[in-house]
Design a protein around this ligand. Structure first.
Ligand code: TRP
Length: 510
């Protein structure tokens, strides 16, 4: 929630408007800024403080060691470098993976513009890696409704347009269509999903929503309600075409949500409601979370990249030349003012944007460490560091553009169709709780096409009827067979008798 310190000068006089106001750091789904000091300078976001305030857990070496033991995979460099730095109940997910119990991945994007930048792709890159690692279903939500509700100007048509292009950007990350379902709220709300949205909204009071998100009396009620939509996507029972219609089973399947830390309030709220909700005596699984920090804007730590400020970000449609110019011109440098001074004192990698970007985009730990040492001891100059950063970003963006060019409308349809997904889970511990069998998924898919669909109970009844009828038919068949057999035997006996008689007669004649 946004908490703003009352700005004042040391003598208590009100601050004139021209002086930047001193504020605490703000991180919620709608605002992200670092603390503004008395000098008016924005500080880097203090992520440790967020862990304390939000009540999450830091990802430590012990957890990473366990991750490697359980999955047999070296933790992603985002995990190794503290870019994905905090979690809720990630251990529980590892327990389930170890035991072959189902869970799924859930992440999303608010389609607020069609200018996707590298800051947007970070959580998706990590999500793809998690999907490859765990081999589980992934659900990607596009909150077109959210972006309409939280913008003063955007029309529904506009956000739907962004949605259509954002889906292609997301697909270009490289998700596996066999295990990924992408939906937009305007399209998917209804049915099982809407029932869950309403279950969630019924358990959140206005007071709670205000405390979590900082709403007030003038907030439109769509915004106040929106959290229940983002939250209800955490429940597997919102997706019967993937997890089956048996809610008693599906309410127990948790989501693992990779997201930037600003999204945590939605899921704190959902976890709280999950703990209080039951379906026919079976509790709802609380979603687990794994949080990433923000890719800083080119201007430095303390803000994140903005889609509406061209100089703040590297966009996925930028040309190699634009990338080069932006980094050279805008990337905040931790180097010293003169070459002499830099050689003598070295640069500060903790604020240097080019170095910070390399932590995200340069996978090789040894190379990164060499760069850090060389820059900090003054051997490497800012221009050289920026050149490496430019090279890596050009490579990353070019790879994306190549894949993006191949995504067409048919690919989009494939990902957004309501259909069963196929996944394997832990090869050492095959999933023990039944997945949807193809037949049930096909039912759900048929329903999506507007055909009449039966509920689980109706299906059960029908199956019982079918079995009873089959039994009856079998009995009748057996009876008929027995009758036939009896008749055949009788006929045979008669025939034998006749034959014998004929033989007798012949013998007599002879
Ligand atoms: N609210 C998010 C945004 O504006 C989109 C979103 C929906 C999301 N569900 C999510 C992000 C789950 C991360 C995880 O971008």
């Amino acid at each position: 929630m946004a908490t703003t310190a009352t700005p004042s000068t040391p003598d208590g006089a009100p601050v004139p408007d021209s002086v930047p106001k001193q504020t605490k750091q703000t991180v919620d789904p709608y605002n992200v800024t670092g603390e503004v000091g008395a000098d008016g300078v924005v500080k880097a976001i203090d992520y440790n403080k967020l862990v304390d305030e939000f009540g999450t857990k830091k990802i430590d070496d012990e957890l990473l060691a366990r991750f490697e033991r359980v999955t047999g995979k070296k933790p992603h460099h985002f995990l190794r470098r503290g870019i994905v730095f905090s979690h809720r109940d990630f251990e529980t997910i590892l327990d389930r993976y170890e035991r072959g119990e189902p869970f799924f991945l859930y992440t999303g994007r608010g389609p607020s513009s069609d200018s996707v930048h590298v800051g947007h792709t970070i959580p998706f890159e990590f999500t793809k890696w998690l999907q490859d690692t765990f081999d589980v279903p992934l659900i990607i939500m596009l909150t077109d409704d959210e972006k309409y509700l939280f913008s003063d100007k955007k029309t529904i048509e506009e956000v739907q347009g962004y949605c259509a292009s954002n889906v292609k950007d997301i697909i270009a990350i490289g998700f596996d269509p066999a295990k990924t379902f992408i939906f937009s709220d305007f399209d998917y709300v209804g049915g099982a999903f809407y029932r869950n949205i309403v279950r969630l909204s019924k358990h959140i009071t206005l007071n709670q929503a205000r405390a979590i998100f900082g709403f007030n009396e003038s907030t439109n009620i769509g915004r106040i309600h929106f959290g229940s939509i983002q939250g209800a996507t955490s429940w597997a029972s919102s997706f019967p075409h993937i997890f089956g219609e048996d809610e008693k089973q599906t309410v127990g399947i948790p989501a693992l949500i990779p997201c930037a830390i600003d999204q945590d309030p939605y899921f704190r709220m959902t976890r709280d409601v999950s703990a209080r909700l039951k379906f026919q005596g079976k509790p709802y699984a609380k979603p687990a979370l794994i949080h990433s920090l923000f890719l800083p804007a080119l201007q430095g730590p303390g803000t994140k990249m903005s889609a509406s400020i061209d100089e703040s970000a590297i966009f996925m449609r930028d040309t190699p030349n634009q990338i080069k110019n932006k980094i050279n011109k805008y990337a905040f440098s931790g180097g010293k003012v003169s070459v002499e001074e830099h050689r003598q004192f070295g640069g500060d990698t903790s604020v240097d944007v080019a170095y910070q970007y390399l932590r995200f985009f340069l996978e090789d730990d040894d190379e990164l460490e060499k760069i850090r040492i060389a820059y900090e001891n003054g051997e490497m100059l800012t221009g050289e560091l920026k050149a490496i950063c430019i090279r890596e970003l050009q490579k990353y963006v070019a790879g994306f553009q190549e894949r993006r060019a191949k995504v067409d409308d048919d690919t989009v349809k494939l990902f957004m169709e309501r259909r069963p997904l196929k996944w394997g889970g832990n090869p050492k511990a095959p999933v023990v709780v039944p997945k949807v069998v193809d037949g049930e998924g096909a039912e759900a898919a048929a329903a999506a096409d507007g055909e009449a669909k039966m509920t689980k109970n109706q299906l059960k009844k029908l199956e019982k009827q079918r079995q009873a009828e089959a039994k009856k038919a079998q009995k009748a068949k057996e009876k008929a067979e027995a009758k036939e057999k009896a008749a055949a035997t009788a006929a045979k006996e008669e025939k034998t008798e006749q034959t014998e008689q004929t033989a007798d007669a012949a013998a007599k004649e002879a």
